[in-house]
Design a protein around this ligand. Sequence first.
Ligand SMILES: Cc1cc2nc3c(=O)[nH]c(=O)nc-3n(C[C@H](O)[C@H](O)[C@H](O)COP(=O)(O)O)c2cc1C
Length: 189
Amino acid sequence: MNTYTVGYFVGSLARESINRKLALALTRLAPTELRMREIPIGELPLYSYDYDADYPPTARALKEAIAAVDAVLFVTPEYNRSIPGALKNAIDWGSRPWGRNSFTRKPSGVIGTSPGKIGTAVGQQHLRSIMAFCNSPLMNAIEAYIQFTPGLIADDGEVTVESTREFLREYMAAFHGFITRVYTALPRE
Ligand SMILES: Cc1cc2nc3c(=O)[nH]c(=O)nc-3n(C[C@H](O)[C@H](O)[C@H](O)COP(=O)(O)O)c2cc1C
């Protein structure tokens, strides 16, 4: 089995973010062939193409972090039926300068949780559109829209409901399979 490094983005900057708890759970449940590490986005300034000639250190670090991983995973809330501005800002930084898009051919996945039944479905659809333009092969299936009920995931990432735990485990196994297929079809130069 191939081993890959996955950089995950948490779309929320909130201290008590339920998506951060989900990211922790996914890290625990990932197959041993996936090494998980966070790519932080909270310190990035707002992107402008004025920076293209000379990226600030936080944005350079972001691009280096994306380059250093085999795949990216977005664990994100839905804000106003789309993705949070902080996450879009990070993607904009990663996608530029023109011709140096960090996401091109980089396999990606998306998952998210919200207290409501919709489970971030609409926000995820927006992200699919964005990552298609960024030329990132994004896993189509399985989809994962997680309704966060109180206590579903403990602060240490332990998932308390067995069916959800097994589904998240299955999701990460599917993501591993997807990354393998992408690199089989599109070998790295
Ligand atoms: C600015 C804002 C917009 C939101 N918009 C949505 C929405 O469109 N759909 C939804 O299901 N929940 C929405 N919510 C509620 C979030 O799902 C909820 O706050 C959740 O805890 C966010 O995830 P986080 O804790 O990881 O930040 C919104 C919350 C905020 C702060």
